[in-house]
Ligand binder design. Structure first.
Ligand SMILES: NC(=O)c1ccc[n+]([C@@H]2O[C@H](COP(=O)([O-])OP(=O)(O)OC[C@H]3O[C@@H](n4cnc5c(N)ncnc54)[C@H](OP(=O)(O)O)[C@@H]3O)[C@@H](O)[C@H]2O)c1
Length: 353
């Protein structure tokens, strides 16, 4: 595919930003050419400023890079091919819009705009065809660039397990209770005195995100908009003292009777565009079935397929089309940076960058 594409990472010192740095530093298609964090770090060396929390050390090739600002004009002048945004939601909105107006393509983890009708909210294995919304976006907003969004991390993990079930038997209703890792809240998100020896049964705005984003991602593209999926969905989200990896207990009533072996086969066989084209970050199997009575577990299973696969277990049809299972995924990889990079790689392959 010729020379590497130049990537900017906004919020590069944060937890999602660090995962971008880690994954992109090994990526065959992208090179990191612009790193940005908050104003106080501008002009300083990435290796000195980042409080690295991931396994291994800061990749050598980025240690010496100088942190820059999130000023859209500066980013524009840096001639990058794609902007990966890991900015807090409170600052992301305006910056990302300015970048799109200036002709840049932004693939973002931040929540603003996710539910706007002309913004693709993408899990590549599930709803790549929603990328057609980019035409609507350009027409309506007059941008020469574009914004594509990643979903909330909990939602990404959940919908990967739901999509094969939806295709198999339809989904009538879903009840999900989550046990979410502390890294899902960002570097300064949850104070240690609040979470050690504890579970916090509330995460601000999270339950609405799970409900609305699941319906959009699993919805059907109809011309210039997505018709949200029509299942009922109820979420309870909690924070637990785990570093990475969200575990979710799901009860779902299917629309027709199926055997548990059909369910297992649907999960095991599930594939999408990333697998068809052999994208670099595509897991061979996006949904891994665990048969052990006590799996999946965050520490043992979050890194499956580099963190790009989710793992399901504890599955059982209890009664009357009601299926119970547990799903686990890496919130910083499939729930954030990994999924975003996968979107950008597929966009590059389709000439959209
Ligand atoms: N963590 C997850 O699992 C996850 C999953 C999906 C989506 N997300 C979303 O991804 C985004 C990043 O999350 P995170 O967990 O990585 O957060 P984080 O650890 O708090 O990192 C935030 C990053 O943004 C930078 N930043 C903060 N304020 C800024 C400002 N005013 N101008 C420029 N840069 C600023 C920070 O730089 P400094 O170091 O200089 O402060 C840091 O690099 C959020 O929108 C979050 O909701 C997170």
């Amino acid at each position: 595919m010729g020379d590497k594409l130049r990537a900017a990472i906004l919020g590069a010192t944060g937890l999602v930003g660090q995962m971008f740095v880690k994954l992109l530093s090994e990526h065959p298609l992208f090179e990191i050419s612009y790193l940005a964090a908050s104003e106080k770090r501008v002009g300083k060396r990435y290796g000195d400023e980042v409080r690295w929390v991931l396994d291994g050390d800061v990749p050598e090739q980025v240690k010496e890079l100088t942190l820059d600002s999130v000023d859209p004009d500066k980013i524009k002048n840096a001639s990058v091919d794609v902007v990966f945004s890991a900015l807090p939601s409170s600052v992301a909105g305006n910056i990302e819009i300015e970048l799109a107006k200036k002709g840049l393509t932004v693939v973002s983890n931040a929540s603003p705009l996710r539910l706007d009708p002309d913004i693709p909210l993408i899990i590549p294995e599930i709803n790549w065809e929603h990328m057609k919304l980019l035409d609507v976006q350009r027409r309506r907003r007059g941008w020469s660039g574009a914004i594509v969004k990643n979903s909330n991390c909990t939602t990404a993990i959940l919908v990967l397990s739901l999509k094969p079930l939806m295709d198999l038997a339809g989904l009538e209703e879903i009840y999900v209770t989550t046990m979410q890792a502390v890294s899902g809240a960002g570097y300064s998100g949850v104070p240690s005195v609040a979470i050690i020896d504890n579970i916090i049964p509330f995460i601000e705005k999270e339950e609405d995100k799970v409900v609305n984003e699941s319906r959009k991602i699993l919805g059907r593209l109809a011309g210039d908009h997505v018709v949200p999926a029509d299942f009922k969905i109820y979420a309870t989200t909690t924070r637990v003292p785990v570093i990475h990896g969200h575990l979710e207990v799901v009860y779902t009533r299917l629309r027709r009777e199926v055997d548990i072996k059909d369910v297992v086969e649907a999960w095991s066989r599930f594939k999408g565009l990333p697998q068809e084209v052999g994208a670099w970050l595509a897991p061979k199997q996006p949904v891994i079935v665990r048969w052990e009575a006590d799996r999946p577990q965050p520490r043992l299973d979050r890194d499956a397929e580099l963190g790009m696969a989710v793992s399901v277990g504890r599955f059982e049809i209890l009664e009357n089309r009601l299926l119970r299972y547990v799903v686990l995924g890496h919130n910083l990889v499939r729930g954030a940076a990994g999924n975003t990079i996968l979107i950008a790689e597929l966009m590059a392959r389709e000439g959209l960058l």
